[in-house]
Ligand binder design. Structure first.
Ligand SMILES: [Zn+2]
Length: 250
């Protein structure tokens, strides 16, 4: 058995990137756990622990999921991200949104069912689009005010109710930069656990308009050539980084 043990948004992991097989050996008190499936043939559970914590064995610590993104193997990060999202969903859906009754875990399905009215709640997934805009030999990179200092990325935003993914791509770019785009093409997707998104990646080409950074969504936006000195980019496992790398290698 493998355990994903979270303390808020931080995962218990060893310096060698091992996960615990038995949290009771660490003196950790587990009140509620959730099965998340089999990883490499081994059952995997996720649970949360609270402060105060016992002293952990040498080489073990809680590391924030975000800080693990640049260092973990892609498969392990994806697994940890799945566990984190299931845990958050279970915590946030203890009661029925319709009648306020207590919910139970539904058998044979990842869902919560209301013990009073039978209303079923499934894990929440919020689709977001992320897009790489290209103008000839240049790529549009921008900064959001909440990015860490010096980092630039491509643009992204949540899909609104009633909108197609392509409409969301066009709207987000126009809202943030006043640019119009064309040739919107699907690139790939990524589960994104901050907090419960599915990032859908696209590429597109500049069509028309003058670049005009719209605050407060963006702090800065600029066109960069491959040969320019690039600013600090997003972590390597992120789909944002993959889209940028894809441009750099063309
Ligand atoms: Zn109910």
């Amino acid at each position: 058995m493998i355990w994903l043990i979270f303390l808020e948004n931080a995962l218990l992991i060893s310096d060698q990137q091992h996960l615990p097989a038995n949290p009771t050996e660490f003196g950790l008190l587990i009140e509620e756990s959730h099965e998340i499936g089999e990883w490499r043939g081994i059952s995997c559970l996720v649970a949360e622990v609270q402060q105060p914590l016992p002293t952990l064995p040498t080489g073990w610590s809680f590391q924030s999921l975000r800080s693990l993104m640049p260092v973990l193997q892609a498969e392990m990060f994806q697994w940890a991200s799945k566990g984190f999202q299931i845990l958050q969903w279970a915590k946030n859906h203890r009661f029925c949104g319709r009648c306020g009754g207590r919910t139970d875990t539904k058998i044979n399905e990842r869902a919560k069912i209301c013990s009073k009215c039978g209303f079923i709640q499934y894990p929440r997934l919020s689709p977001a689009v992320i897009m790489r805009i290209r103008k000839g030999k240049e790529i549009l990179l921008s900064r959001s005010p909440h990015f860490k200092e010096g980092m630039y990325s491509i643009q992204a935003g949540f899909v609104e109710v009633g909108e197609t993914l392509e409409e969301a791509v066009k709207r987000e770019i126009f809202e943030e930069t006043h640019l119009e785009i064309k040739n919107i093409r699907y690139f790939g997707s990524q589960s994104w656990p901050f907090p419960h998104s599915l990032m859908v990646g696209f590429t597109a080409d500049y069509l028309k308009g003058e670049l005009a950074v719209q605050k407060p969504e963006l702090e800065d936006a600029r066109w960069f050539r491959r040969t320019d000195k690039l600013p600090q980019l997003p972590p390597r496992l992120s789909i944002a980084r993959q889209l940028i790398e894809d441009f750099l290698k063309i």
